[in-house]
Ligand binder design. Sequence first.
Ligand SMILES: [Zn+2]
Length: 138
Amino acid sequence: MITVDTECSSCNGSGIYSGFAEQKSVAVVCYTCNGTGCAKITYKPFEKRKTKRGIVKVFEKNCGYGLGVESLGGLSYYEWLNGASFKGKETRDVVCPHLHDQRINLTGCKDVRVGQRISECPHFKTKSKCWAEYDLKG
Ligand SMILES: [Zn+2]
């Protein structure tokens, strides 16, 4: 752990404070830093990503469905640690490309009405076609 001195944000480092109750040209000692103007911050510097015990599989996202080791998609923890791509490893059995990434807009996405849930999209049952379009777009 590393502790560093930083400027007290309550008094902007002055050690004194003038608020509503203090008349012009009057201040009180800052309660936060006790008049030092200094606030200490303690932190642990980042060294490297740690591994986590007991994890078998990693998913890019959870779009609101229960995910388990048996769920389709995802990478093995080992693959993920080694930088494998999630492309094609989305949970395609339960989400469409738009649910997976709201920035994605495919041909069928225009058929979702305002206020309608994406899972109520008329193309949701044939979302594999949407995934195929998604894959073509790269
Ligand atoms: Zn202060």
